[in-house]
Design a protein around this ligand. Structure first.
Ligand code: SAM
Length: 310
């Protein structure tokens, strides 16, 4: 658990000079990452460089605030690394470290019967409720705060969307209640909490594709993103969620062996430039990209490729 809470604590240790704030990574990283997060007039918060960054440089890494493997994947419960074939089914961890780190919320999850919730979400192709379930287990275990994701931008849900979430919420709460997890431990688990968390996940969740040993340089990075195996799960991060989108990005988020993310520069970047990643397949036509961004994230892209044509 420590990894999640200490990461959040470090992130929340922030100052608020006019319209910008800086994160302190002093106790863990030898030097802070060369970035700052600031409020912009057009796209809310954004990430800017504090010094020049060379192409292919690692800008920073990030641990997930919450992650969840896709069902049917032989992935570590904790970090989403591939499990070896010899791994016993009852021990879904890639290492003792992952087991120790996640033991508290894994035990909470194992106490409850998830058949109804999993069937409901699985049969409808819903993936994000599993992230909410994981976060709820972490909160009950004392491994995360219930407001962990509150700092992130939420999606706007229509009343119809909210009413569709009623059933999955009831199934989630009932699973905990029937497992005799005391009322005081699940007092945070209201419908409003469920909707608020899903609204953050909707905008900020990353689909994790591992590139494994393929990654060596900028060229293989491009190849890797095309050749990567199918996604292994979803995760939400705090700092990477402040990166805005660009259809011609200067940065890229990648996962090598597990859900620990690396933010890398795709080209030389000047001091003070905004860092942007691409949320979608940048090779799509302009109209298709704009439609995807609007439907998936609710915004009209203001990047220069969209504004000035391909
Ligand atoms: C993952 S968040 C990025 C951080 C966000 N700006 C914030 O303040 O938290 C995604 C949201 O940022 C805004 N955004 C990101 N990229 C954008 C772009 N290219 N054009 C317009 N808005 C963008 C949209 O509101 C989008 O829903």
């Amino acid at each position: 658990m420590a990894v999640f809470s200490s990461f959040s604590r470090r992130l929340f240790r922030k100052q608020f000079p006019l319209f910008s704030f800086y994160f302190s990574f002093s106790t863990v990283s030898p030097s802070p990452p060369p970035i700052r997060v600031a409020l912009t007039e057009s796209v809310g918060r954004a990430v800017f460089t504090t010094r020049p960054i060379a192409a292919a440089d690692l800008i920073h890494t990030a641990s997930p605030a919450v992650c969840h493997p896709y069902s049917g994947r032989a992935s570590c419960y904790s970090c989403l690394a591939a499990l070896s074939n010899s791994q016993p089914l009852r021990a879904p961890f890639c290492s003792q470290h992952c087991h120790q780190r996640s033991k508290g919320y894994y035990d909470v999850e194992m106490k409850a019967n998830w058949v109804a919730f999993d069937d409901y979400c699985g049969s409808r192709g819903l993936k994000y409720p599993f992230l909410v379930k994981r976060l709820a287990c972490m909160v009950i275990a004392g491994d995360a705060r219930s407001d962990t994701l509150d700092i992130l931008q939420p999606a706007n849900f229509t009343p119809e969307m909210v009413s569709k979430m009623e059933e999955e919420f009831v199934l989630l709460r009932n699973a905990f209640a029937e497992a005799l997890i005391g009322d005081d431990h699940i007092a945070f688990l209201t419908k409003q909490w469920y909707i608020n968390v899903l609204a953050r996940i909707r905008i900020n969740a990353f689909r994790i594709e591992l590139v494994g040993g393929l990654y060596e340089d900028l060229l293989s990075l491009a190849v890797a993103s095309v050749e990567a195996e199918a996604a292994v799960g979803n995760a939400v991060y705090i700092l990477p969620s402040f990166y805005n989108h660009d259809c011609d990005p200067n940065a890229h988020i990648i996962w090598i062996d597990n859900a620990h993310a690396k933010l890398k520069a795709l080209r030389d970047i000047d001091e003070g430039e905004e860092l942007r990643i691409c949320y979608i397949d940048a090779s799509l036509e302009r109209d298709a990209r704009r439609e995807l961004l609007f439907q998936g994230f609710g915004f009209q892209c203001n990047c220069s490729r969209c504004l000035h044509g391909d």
